[in-house]
Design a protein around this ligand. Structure first.
Ligand code: FPP
Length: 258
């Protein structure tokens, strides 16, 4: 039954039953999420795109709560890519002020819920006030024992790999490590995600079927789940359906079935 779950009409499924069934199986330890479709959500309602981003933050807060309650350890969300600077200045400015406001007001609430908040991405290029808040929320939450929330901000997967290569090149040049000693494991330590486990599940709402330069290294063996639901509409049931779909998959990591 569960292998066909995502094909069922969402309304036919009882939320509590779905949650129970998802909890009865092995959960992913780390979920990666591309929060896409804010603009289209707003346009469909004749609202400015910014209203979609506001709603996107609300959806993120709800999702963090649900993911925490499920007992999943890591959630990494794509908030702003190194390519998003190409958007109109007005929208970029709005997003920066939205991040600023959210880091100011909501981070404290998440801290009370024991959420550990880390921002992944290049610091250069971000406004100084946001950089300051990123340091502050990390300092405030770094000893928390709850969900690890990683926010990819000014993040690009290729940029991350280049940054890691530069770090290793410096270590090679200074003799800390020999070129032949470079392994997948010590390379991964130079990525922004460092010791985080790789995500087992990537979810992308909004109907786009691509990963858009998100976690290129870390998603090597992730299961991908795409849905046409726009991010601001992505509710608990959508999340549970994505996890149930993941739980029905057979993961072989290049090997053969047992
Ligand atoms: C993509 O939708 C969304 C973004 C570029 C912004 C995502 C940001 C949030 C949801 C806010 C998160 C806030 C914090 C503090 C982490 P889009 O605008 O590309 O939608 P479209 O494809 O429909 O135009």
């Amino acid at each position: 039954m569960w292998s066909n779950l995502s094909k069922l009409n969402k309304d036919e499924l009882n939320l509590a039953e779905l949650r129970t069934n998802v909890l009865a199986k092995q959960l992913p330890e780390h979920i990666a999420l591309i929060m896409d479709g804010n603009g289209r959500w707003a346009q469909k309602r004749d609202l400015p795109r910014t209203a979609g981003h506001e709603k996107g933050v609300e959806r993120l807060k709800e999702t963090v709560k649900i993911v925490s309650e499920l007992g999943i350890n890591h959630l990494t969300v794509f908030a702003f890519s190194t390519e998003n600077w190409k958007r109109p200045e007005e929208e970029v400015n709005f997003l920066m002020s939205l991040f600023n406001r959210t880091f100011e007001s909501d981070a404290r609430e998440l801290h009370r819920e024991e959420v550990k908040i880390r921002v992944l991405g290049r610091r250069e290029g971000l406004p100084t006030d946001i950089r300051k808040k990123i340091r502050e929320i990390w300092e405030m939450t770094k000893d928390n024992q709850g969900l690890n929330l990683n926010i990819a901000l000014n993040y690009g997967g290729r940029a991350e790999i280049i940054d890691a290569v530069k770090e290793l090149a410096v270590k090679v040049k200074s003799g800390v490590i020999e070129p032949q000693e470079i392994t997948e494991a010590n390379f991964a330590q130079e990525l922004y995600t460092q010791q985080l486990p790789d995500p087992e599940l990537l979810i992308r709402p909004s109907g786009e079927l691509r990963i858009s330069n998100f976690l290129l290294w870390q998603l090597a063996y992730a299961e991908f789940y795409f849905t046409s639901t726009l991010w601001p509409d992505f509710c608990e049931k959508d999340l549970l359906l994505a996890i149930a779909d993941y739980q029905a998959r057979e993961r072989r990591f290049g090997g053969l079935k047992d």
